[in-house]
Design a binder for this molecule. Sequence first.
Ligand SMILES: [Zn+2]
Length: 83
Amino acid sequence: MATFKCDCGKVLANSICPNDIQLILFTDREWENIREKVSNGFDIYDAEPQYDAWRCTECERIYFFKDNKLVFQYAIEKDYRKS
Ligand SMILES: [Zn+2]
């Protein structure tokens, strides 16, 4: 359980489960490895993504954390939904 203040000012929190903040991201290769392990009895909920990814519900910035430290931050450069 944690909180983080986005650059837009919105305070993000993952205290509610499920939430709309955290993204569960795997590469295609990681996902294939997980699927293979699941077919051998591995619990899919034990699969750990490389990064803890959070998306702001206000401005849609995405933050990547590793070991509870912010390592990457992305903001929308272009938004084609409105064109
Ligand atoms: Zn934001």
